[in-house]
Design a protein around this ligand. Structure first.
Ligand SMILES: NC(=O)C1=CN([C@@H]2O[C@H](COP(=O)(O)OP(=O)(O)OC[C@H]3O[C@@H](n4cnc5c(N)ncnc54)[C@H](OP(=O)(O)O)[C@@H]3O)[C@@H](O)[C@H]2O)C=CC1
Length: 277
């Protein structure tokens, strides 16, 4: 697989493709094994996915230092003590003594962002996490995070796929040196029905998933496709081919501003989420 890595503030290299694990349920450990055997070096989980123990079981069969491991703290656990406790509990369930990346799963305007990020900095200082970041933050919320944090905000994990390309948020992430990870990069299969995706899959002899993932990587984001089907896990790592520039641009033009999971009402603005927190 030819996927460029991204250098994070700690100096670590973030692999350019990761396995998503949301709702893998009983398939979690087998999917993680299939991914690591297929050459993935990056697993994305969260305390909210209730699968960290299964991931830990699978990881125990591999060299921990060969895997880039991300988890996330739930939005309800963003006060100082809860962030620390959540991270320690995730480490325990995952059977590891560090996370490569720890993310704030969703913003929570009821809890001080400064306090949350102070706890994230403490975790980094203690060596429990190597880099910290956020998820589902709007451009405004991300700018607040950069403003109040004592440690660099390495990543914003956001919904991103051909039907939901979020150009303003993507531009701000780039301007602020924040790596974008693509959650729901396959739009939970919805985008497979897009006529241009289908046409390009036919043209290149690839699956719609492979076309969308190749385009994601070419767009500069880090896709996190989830699959419970080992053949799909392996196929999604087949990125050793190229989309023509003109075809890539055709996919750029498929944006419909249409999320599969993002809730615009959660995109709080300055009224409730100010930098003075
Ligand atoms: N930070 C956040 O709030 C969020 C983070 N995420 C992260 O992003 C990851 C991916 O997003 P997710 O919402 O899970 O959905 P995806 O966009 O990755 O879509 C998953 C679906 O695609 C199918 N699929 C995967 N590969 C193929 C293939 N090659 N051919 C056919 N079908 C395929 C899977 O079915 P099958 O199992 O049969 O292969 C599954 O139904 C999550 O697991 C999570 O890690 C996602 C949402 C929110």
């Amino acid at each position: 697989m030819t996927v460029p890595t991204k250098t994070l503030p700690s100096g670590a290299e973030l692999p350019g493709l990761g396995l998503g694990t949301y709702e893998l349920d009983g398939q979690t450990a087998d999917s993680v094994r299939a991914a690591l055997d297929a050459g993935y070096a990056h697993i994305d989980t969260a305390e909210g996915y209730h699968n960290e123990e299964a991931i830990g079981d699978a990881l125990a069969e591999y060299d921990r230092d060969d895997v880039f491991l991300t988890s996330k703290v739930l939005a309800k656990n963003l006060n100082y003590e809860s962030v620390i406790e959540s991270c320690e509990a995730s480490l325990d369930r995952l059977g590891t003594d560090y996370l490569d990346l720890y993310l704030v799963h969703w913003p929570n305007p009821a809890i001080s962002l400064r306090e949350t990020l102070r706890a994230m900095a403490e975790l980094r200082e203690r060596g429990l996490v190597r880099d910290v970041g956020v998820s589902n933050f709007s451009a405004y919320q991300l700018s607040c995070a950069h403003h109040v944090s004592d440690v660099p905000i390495a990543v914003n994990q956001i919904e991103f796929h051909p039907w939901f390309q979020r150009p303003d948020l993507v531009d701000y992430c780039r301007e602020s040196d924040t790596v974008i990870e693509a959650a729901a990069p396959l739009a939970r299969t919805d985008v497979f029905g897009d006529e241009v995706v289908a046409e390009l899959a036919e043209k290149y002899g690839k699956s719609p998933a492979q076309v969308v993932l190749r385009w994601s990587v070419d767009s500069g984001v880090v896709p996190l496709p989830r699959s419970s089907t080992p053949d799909h896990v392996r196929a999604n790592a087949d990125l050793d081919w190229e989309l023509d520039e003109a075809d890539r641009r055709r996919l750029d033009e498929r944006d419909r501003d249409e999320p599969v999971y993002d809730t615009p009402a959660r995109d709080w603005t300055s009224d409730v989420y100010g930098i003075e927190q």
